[in-house]
Ligand binder design. Structure first.
Ligand code: GH3
Ligand code: MG
Ligand code: MG
Ligand code: MG
Length: 311
């Protein structure tokens, strides 16, 4: 979502949103060719505890998007050489800013022109001079919605874990980070054994409950810095930063043993749910190559009898 930032920072940021910590200040980009207006808006935002980044030259927009990674953008309407609407179009062309709130702040009082601006990629139209309370309230509303949308977009609804797309995104970020810090990194692929049979025997709702239980179990047992994703139906992926192959194997193997024991206690004698796992360490290659190695190791676990972890 914010490729130009330090990957670690991005991950912590997304974590803090999705853990309901809304105390993190909003990052607001302000573009206004009037230095006085820009400075005024900046002061209002800072007083409200937000992080403001001000530019007065429309040509700087692309650079500012990359460097600052705003969550909300405030645009002036009329600037030398271009309009706010043209800038909005440039912003919307970038995938990662497709749903970032854009708020016009302009002296334009013609409602027709205001509506036209809104139809071209803007979310709100505020007129100058603006009551600071009005501006801050609008930013809070837009910011809160943008964050909850982002949180929904990256999660799987059944388990609350990261979804497939975001898991791969995190893996790519962690690969960059591992390279920068010269730290090991492991990736584990986990697949429930004979899950089709579990569904057939106990019903789909029980199957769903098992998926949720395993998700909670993984969350409890792993570190806060590990990332857990639902990779597919009954497949999970775990990213273990700063962890070598043997350490990761040991941790996951302990989880495997205690999960199967827990499942056995939960049901009657014939009830048994286990999972198989394949673990691979990052060797300076791509996320795809790492996934393929973990997948091959998982396949070995399956073919050698399941309920086991393979490196
Ligand atoms: P294996 O040990 O080889 O992995 O056998 P398996 O039966 O687990 O593997 P297979 O891939 O053949 O079947 C996976 C099953 O997982 C099929 C599907 O019914 C079930 N499944 C996938 N997603 C969900 C889900 O969201 N809820 C439930 N209850 N079942 C699911
Ligand atoms: Mg202007
Ligand atoms: Mg499967
Ligand atoms: Mg399976």
């Amino acid at each position: 979502f914010f490729p130009a930032m330090d990957p670690g920072q991005v991950i912590e940021k997304i974590e803090s949103y999705t853990h309901g910590n809304n105390m993190e200040p909003y990052r607001v980009l302000v573009l206004d060719d009037s230095h006085a207006q820009a400075r005024y808006t900046e002061t209002v935002l800072k007083k409200a505890g937000m992080i403001a980044h001000v530019i007065t030259d429309p040509m700087e927009i692309i650079h500012a998007l990359d460097e600052f990674s705003p969550e909300i953008i405030i645009l002036d309407m009329y600037m030398p050489g271009c309009t706010g609407m043209e800038i909005a179009r440039v912003i919307r062309q970038q995938d990662r800013f497709h749903s970032v709130p854009i708020i016009y702040l302009s002296a334009e009082e013609d409602v027709g022109k205001q509506l036209q601006a809104m139809s071209l990629g803007g979310d709100d139209f505020l007129t100058k001079p603006i009551d600071p309370k009005h501006l801050v309230a609008t930013l809070h509303n837009r910011g809160r919605r943008a964050r909850s949308l982002l949180a929904l977009m990256i999660r799987d609804s059944l388990t609350g874990l990261y979804n497939h797309t975001h898991t791969l995104h995190l893996l790519e970020q962690e690969i960059v980070r591992a390279g920068q810090k010269d730290q090991p990194l492991c990736f584990a692929m986990l697949d429930i054994d004979y899950f089709k049979q579990v569904n057939d025997t106990y019903g789909h709702p029980i199957g769903d409950r098992i998926l949720r239980n395993l998700s909670m179990f993984l969350k409890q047992r792993l570190r806060k810095t590990d990332h857990i994703g639902r990779y597919g139906g009954e497949e999970f992926a775990i990213i273990l930063p700063e962890t070598g192959l043997d350490g990761a194997t040991q941790v996951i193997n302990e989880i495997r043993a205690s999960f199967s024991e827990l499942m056995q206690q939960a049901g009657n004698q014939e009830f048994s749910v286990t999972f198989s796992c394949g673990i691979a360490d990052w060797r300076g290659d791509t996320a795809q190559a790492l996934c393929e190695r973990a997948d091959r190791a998982l396949y070995t676990s399956k073919s050698e009898g399941r309920n086991q972890v393979t490196q």
